[in-house]
Design a binder for this molecule. Sequence first.
Ligand code: NI
Length: 394
Amino acid sequence: MHARIKELALKYFQEMVGTRKYLHQHPELSYQEFETTKYIKSRLDDLGIPYESPLETGCVGIIEGAKKSDRVIALRADIDALPIQEEGDFKKEFYSKVEGVAHCCGHDAHTSNLLGVATILMELRDEIEGRVLLVFQPGEERLPGGGKLLCETGYLQSQNVSAVYGLHTSPSHAPGTVATRVGPLMASPDEIEIEIIGKGGHAARAHEAIDPIVLASQFVSGVQSIISRNVDPTESAVITIGKIEGGTTYNIIPESVKMLGTVRTFSKSTKKLIEQKLEALLKGITEAAGGSYTFKFKQGYPAVINSEQEALNVLEQTNALFGEDAVIDLERPSMAGEDFAFYQEHFPGAFFFVGSGSEESDSTYVWHHPKYNVDDRFFLTAAPLMASLVLNTK
Ligand code: NI
């Protein structure tokens, strides 16, 4: 079966490459993927695959296997693009036709890949046990996350999904490789918004003012010890203040300082602890000086935590298809975030990275870089692996 799947992936390779170029030229922003959805539906129509539309954009294709079973495998692809003006010579022949919008996170490749997987599975339908759901998900790039919205509709729950799989292109891994791990894979990214309010005044009469720049400096220094002195050392976490803004010139003490930052964690308890410690620190520093503050902790996606059986399925099927050199069992999780996490709150599932970075195709730029590109060989790994997870796992 593995050889047959790889043969079919080769047969449809050029088609997947072409689909990706088409999608790349016609990107749409999160929750506005109307034309993309139309295109996906027309392709499913061509394949004779029925679909449902639990959300306004995106859709879920349904393949009924010939073998009766309660098993329902969901395969997810995100379909949205980013508000980025793209760059780079390599992609010139299929540049985005939309000013300021581009597929610079590989979701064009994810969508094209899932259409390729659908084509392969339709040829092998006699071998499929139970049902396959092809989840074309909108809005991965913007909160609240299309994965969250889809889970809230209860559609997948009503389908009794047994396992869910999702993937991402990976510019830091070579084509032909697959990287994942059992357990925590990607962090939960939350956003913080802070304002420290003091009392403005003349720089020479600082004793009459409450200097928010001094308070903000104390706060930023204090934040560093939350990770080193409050968070359990066996838990990974990051707090970064990414923006600090206050003041106008040499000799004026401003009224307030604003800060933006991000918190990355893997467990709800650590997240809660950091939220509480940040606010306690802020309260202590500002109260002592007679100032005040505002604090917003905006919950992002949960952490991507792979269930054991499904993550092992990914590693084993990669090995069976491509040999052990293709398998990268990651030692550490990534601190990036993904809304695939929402599915994993309801169903067992695994997320994995498929190598898409090479010098030849100028595709080693990080996700969201204007020159971001995907090596075409991504499809020769991603499509057979997803098909194999349907056909060769229990
Ligand atoms: Ni992405």
